[in-house]
Ligand binder design. Sequence first.
Ligand code: ATP
Ligand code: MG
Length: 413
Amino acid sequence: MMSESTVAPLPHVAIQVFSETAPVVALVEEATQDRRMAKAHLRIQAGGVAAAVEAYRDAPTPNVIVIESMTDSATLLANLDELAGFCDEGTRVVVIGHVNDVPLYRELIRRGVSEYLVAPLDVLDFIRALSEIFTGPTAKPVGRTIAVTGAKGGVGASVIAHNLAHAIAQDLEVETVIVDLDLPFGTAGLDFNQDPPQGIMEAAFDPARVDANMIERLLSRCGERLSLMAAPSSLDRIYDFAPEMFEPVVDALRATVPAIVFDVPHLWTGWARAMLVRADEVVVVASPELANLRNAKNLIDTLALARPNDPRPRLVLNQVGLPKRPEISTSEFARALDCTPLASIAFDANLFGTANNNGQMIAELQPKSKAREAFLDMSKILMGRQEARQAKKSLFSTIREKFTQRPGKARAA
Ligand SMILES: Nc1ncnc2c1ncn2[C@@H]1O[C@H](COP(=O)(O)OP(=O)(O)OP(=O)(O)O)[C@@H](O)[C@H]1O
Ligand SMILES: [Mg+2]
């Protein structure tokens, strides 16, 4: 028997339960009160697998979907196969059934379902099953890292990193941390109207003590799902570090938060380069002029070469249409870099200046602006939500195809 203390607390994940019976509703209520669930967002909705299929036909999926099922195995499997087609990358599925059915269990696990639990369930068994998805020996880190940098200084990389993080947290409802790596001059504290006493350097200088608790302490909350890990923004020390300096902090963040946005300053030091090379997604922000074009090309080519098995760094054009500035057109820029920009954001001194002065995000100031829409679109693509929706290949669906689609295709042919 495992003792209670071996159940690790859950990270900042979103969990949606689809229930069919009152005891499961009560179980979820009870689980919400447990200390191990303090960081997780647990929601419950009536209806089993069919309700889940309806819910996610057009909506993004959370980190975990828990489905209680009273239906027969064949219907359950058919519905799960349909659901798999709507599941975003990384979404895990747990099924609560009412029969101890070994063949069904095997079939579910083969399709990529994380766990099959048999009701009635003890609350701690339920929490343990959820916890082990993220903390078990084969668990993948929950966090996706997005590094944003500028092709030149002052092109708006920080503003874009902040607004992107805000969109992921606010619009996609994913718990997000923005990490300010502009150590001497970072403005994240100013931009979010915060004055945190400590931040990233505390953890970086004390790698042996970095764990989930320390990370929690170093974050300052600036929204329902958004926290900030601030830069010292002080010149009391210098910031020459080894390339692996921030690795322990990054690992600890990835273990507990689903979305992490790094504001990487316009630098080419060992550690800044490492932050770009090791991120899941890289965004290079550029203004439409010549030096930016050259630098963006060098950055994107060099980084693409250093991370051959990852998505190519994405280009974002910013401050487009600065009055009286001769500019390289978006299409020319895109052609020279052989890529389609992820977004093109217009120069708007009033909007961005006011946001700056007020310590507000663009979405708060002008929710209907084109810039806000751009941040929202970027957030979906960088979190694997939109592109992934077209050619979705989670473990779940890949396995499903292997076992169930072949005969289907044969019939259709
Ligand atoms: N689209 C825009 N229109 C108008 N002003 C903008 C736009 N984007 C950014 N700015 C402004 O440009 C300035 C520089 O932005 P920001 O600090 O984000 O750039 P950066 O690339 O991070 O600079 P640094 O190299 O100092 O890190 C800020 O005052 C910001 O408000
Ligand atoms: Mg900056």
